[in-house]
Design a protein around this ligand. Structure first.
Ligand SMILES: Nc1nc2c(c(=O)[nH]1)N[C@H]1C(S)=C(S)[C@@H](COP(=O)(O)O)O[C@H]1N2
Ligand SMILES: [Mo]
Length: 413
């Protein structure tokens, strides 16, 4: 059933001074609005906007725990500024330590030399490296599922590309001496459970040893050249690029090297799992017939113009741009359609500055008349895997939703 809505006032200012303004009440808000079919169906209300020092007015998806996504038009920078970077907490935010360098990380389990190392020692003992890398929530795109899947209703904004500085997890694990019996990491952070019970982890995920040993998997203490902010896991977190963001443990306190797949909170049930045998959308599913969500799928997001933009009368060409990324793969092509997918035109796609960074795409498309257009963007990765027209492979918690990105524009007459 179509729901109605009005465009958020916040969107209206985005394009001021560039000859465009948001369309107004005639088009409903962005996001899940365009999930199914071609009729713009809106979420009932525009999102609540984040009010937090040092952060932009991101779209709040949840208060407790705090979850906020980056609007598509804020995903336009080559490197996502800290203030525009999405936030996903599962528990409470821990207190900032008085002395960040004294923060301790334990490495134990299937290692020859279990160790406890301070952040200060970690920084000085191992080579420091910086990469521009994506962090993307495993649930990104969830709002595009129909019927609605359980969890935060992300559109495409549970993702950002920051420059992360840290040490390689592989170097630390090698120093501890990984035993042949090692299978998986079990990662813990200092954030108390929502209940306030500090002995109960809010989430504890892990990755196979091979992923942990990749040269881009980092223990990170700087974000865009600044000390890692508390809200993003400061003073120290993991970045496991290309994989579900939940594996990038914030406020890192312990890496427990396991002799089996880790079984902490967030590893069981339907959490971060896809249906192995395709299931009927909306059905209960079978926890036992699932596989762990690992790398994230290919996705393109148009960052300019904003969804719902009004283009000046006489506009017949639209220069658009955006970012595309593809989990562990590069993006090979991005194609643009202005006729609901009947015809496609290739965008220009820039090479990433390093593996795991998002890639800029730009295109100039013709709009032959005044009136309403949808502009669609579809990325294809280096393995030839592209985006579906709708979110498929429905699963109870809504992972892997990556339908073609769609924005609406209105050319004034
Ligand atoms: N300790 C801890 N680490 C965590 C989380 C958390 O709640 N606690 N959330 C995870 C999830 S689900 C995501 S998507 C990313 C979000 O990182 P950000 O808030 O810096 O964007 O952190 C991950 N690491
Ligand atoms: Mo996430």
């Amino acid at each position: 059933m179509p729901k109605s809505g009005t465009i958020k006032a916040s969107r209206r200012n985005v394009l001021k001074g560039v000859g465009m303004a948001a369309v107004g009440a005639s088009l409903p808000p962005a996001g899940a609005a365009l999930a199914q079919g071609t009729a713009p169906v809106a979420a009932p209300k525009g999102p609540k906007l984040l009010e937090m020092d040092g952060k932009a007015k991101l779209a709040v998806l949840g208060d407790k725990p705090l979850v906020a996504e980056t609007q598509a038009e804020l995903m336009d920078d080559d490197v996502t500024p800290i203030d525009k970077f999405f936030i996903r907490n599962n528990g409470l935010v821990p207190d900032a330590p008085a002395d960040a360098k004294a923060w301790k990380i334990k490495v134990d389990g299937e290692v020859d030399k279990p160790m406890e190392i301070t952040l200060g020692d970690l920084m000085s003992r191992f080579p420091n490296v910086s990469y521009k890398m994506m962090l993307e929530c495993g649930g990104n795109g969830r709002s595009f599922f129909s019927p609605e899947a359980r969890g935060n209703q992300w559109t495409n904004g549970g993702a950002g590309c920051a420059e992360w500085t840290g040490v390689r997890l592989a170097d630390v694990l090698k120093a501890a001496g990984v035993k042949p019996s090692a299978v998986y990491t079990g990662q813990y952070g200092a954030d108390p459970h929502l209940s306030g019970d500090a002995t109960k982890p809010s989430i504890s995920r892990g990755v196979p040893i091979a992923k942990a040993m990749e040269p881009h998997t980092l223990i990170v203490f700087k974000m865009n050249g600044k000390d890692l902010p508390l809200i993003h896991g400061g003073p120290v977190r993991l970045i496991v690029p290309g994989w579900a963001g939940s594996t990038s443990t914030k406020w890192l306190t312990r890496i427990w090297v396991r002799d089996k797949i880790h079984d902490g909170p967030g590893m069981g049930g339907f959490s971060y799992r896809l249906a192995k045998t395709p299931i009927v959308p909306g059905s209960k599913g079978d926890e036992k017939d699932t596989v762990i969500l690992e790398a994230m799928p290919v996705r393109a997001v148009i960052s300019f113009p904003a969804d719902g933009s009004r283009l000046a009368a006489g506009t017949r060409k639209l220069d658009l741009r955006g970012h595309a990324w593809a989990g562990e793969n590069d993006v090979k092509t991005v194609d643009i359609s202005t006729d609901y997918g009947v015809t496609w035109k290739p965008a220009k796609v820039d090479a990433p500055p390093n593996k795991y960074a998002w890639q800029r795409f730009t295109a100039s498309v013709d709009l032959p008349s005044a009136g309403y257009y949808e502009v669609w963007a579809k990325a294809t990765d280096s393995k030839g895997v592209t985006q579906p027209f709708v979110a498929g492979n429905w699963n109870p918690q809504g992972y892997g939703g990556n339908p073609i990105n769609r924005i609406r524009v209105l050319v004034a007459s």
